[in-house]
Design a protein around this ligand. Sequence first.
Ligand SMILES: Cc1cc2nc3c(=O)[nH]c(=O)nc-3n(C[C@H](O)[C@H](O)[C@H](O)COP(=O)(O)OP(=O)(O)OC[C@H]3O[C@@H](n4cnc5c(N)ncnc54)[C@H](O)[C@@H]3O)c2cc1C
Length: 518
Amino acid sequence: MPEILIVGAGPAGLTMALELARHGKRCRIIDKLPEPLPFCRAIGITPRTLEVWEDMGVVRDMIEAGIWFTGLHAITPDGAKDMVEDLSDLPYATFGLPQYSTEEILTHHLSRRGIEIERGAAITSLTQTDGKVLVTIEHADGSKEEAEYRYVVGCDGAHSFVRRAVGIAFEGEGFPFDFMLGDVEIDWDLPRGKALFSIRPKPGEAPDMFVAIPLPEPNRYRVSMKAPPELAAPDKGTDHGIQSERPAPGIEHLQAVADDLLPEETILSDMRWSSIFRISMRIASHYRKGNVFLAGDAAHIHPPTGGQGMNTGIQDAYNLAWKMALDDPSLLDTYEAERRPVGVDVLERTVAASKGMERTVKKDRLADTQMLIRYAPNNWIVDDLPGTNGPLPGERAPDCMGLRQQGVHFPQRLHELLRSTAFVVLIDARQPGKLDEVVEDFSSFGWPPGSLRIVAVVGPDAELSSPYHVQVVRDDEGTFAKTYLCGDASEYLIRPDGYIGWRGKDWHDSPLFQNSPK
Ligand SMILES: Cc1cc2nc3c(=O)[nH]c(=O)nc-3n(C[C@H](O)[C@H](O)[C@H](O)COP(=O)(O)OP(=O)(O)OC[C@H]3O[C@@H](n4cnc5c(N)ncnc54)[C@H](O)[C@@H]3O)c2cc1C
């Protein structure tokens, strides 16, 4: 019997299960629904999630199934304009993939690792005692099962049973009106990959709006807008997400908003599905209680503006899974410390943007790409050279191009070399004799086998070699030196989630290395 139960097979739960499996830990994953939801909720995929998917080994499948976003056609009372965000300085652009495809691909990869989702299985009770979590699971045939786990991860969405069972507060509020969502074909000449946004402010109330986000199939869009008064039912349904139990809007409701807000006659047709949805803004007061953890919408919900929700949930799970696989108490303590501030920031930014206050909130060009997410110092984020230049512990390790390795006849990226489930020590080995020293040293270091790798970077003039235990790469284009060796640090520890855990001059002196995962 696996020691870890994941409740919920949405994007957060699937990522958690797949990442645990990649890090060598089996889990059980259950979902109360007999089938996944057919609705396209999330579609916007951030550049950082694409990097995470690259590390997980699923990015190719995702890219083949989706669509690259090429810009936005914005219509306001001041006129129409086209906006394009230039992200060419990042490894990936902004991408579109319907949530059902994301879930299908993650499920497929999970299945390849021999893990199947148990559907029609709902958690209905949860208590903790003596470091164990006792749960009741009710199956679709009415049978009840009692089970015991070391860890339970609540990835069970906005109305999380797990969160309520452990008594974690979920403070916040909801928007006082309903929205509609639909998947339709649109007859217009908007270029492929471009989104459209039409807005008309209404003094004293929420603006009227029509948003069309391109889906991968030609001329298909996911459209969203405010629901008309005849479909609003404030006393019915739940306060967040798809209201699948309420009557769905007809295509005539969506068409009426398009007729009102688009400058030219535009026909919507062939509606595949539609739904009412609601939005609330809430954050869990804690992401952990004892051996129970929360990830994804169970921990944070907010407006879909900027396409942050699912991406944040996927990155919660990506942050937690390797720590849980190593089962080290000091590492597990960093989960809430690192991820809750990210949830708070997303909540603040999406709420401000939805309420039209963007101009009062300082927004970095790259904020919505999630590449700038930075973790504060903790036991596993240590800077031995504070105040000096170069990438900082707590930041995503920047990528570098043009690295050469013996026997590999093409240039490689640093991220390709880092990809594994281990920590990596990056060492500047440009000085004569330094590489020999590194090779000699390695065996003196007491981490568990396979949990630590060494990558030594030599200068463009060095001979390439491949000594036992150490990967040697040659910095042919000087990109590593420019990016990593522009300050005093000559050594970096990169964590399995691609974040810098430590920097300094000699890893032997750092207390972090004495604390190898237990
Ligand atoms: C209109 C709309 C547009 C959006 N657009 C974007 C976007 O572009 N980009 C983005 O990043 N995000 C977007 N989001 C947000 C995104 O959909 C959510 O953040 C995402 O679904 C959260 O994933 P999750 O796995 O945490 O939870 P969910 O997807 O809600 O999955 C939770 C799972 O838990 C199961 N479950 C619940 N209770 C139990 C129980 N007691 N026992 C067992 N299983 C249970 C449920 O059946 C469900 O399958 C959008 C949301 C909406 C509504």
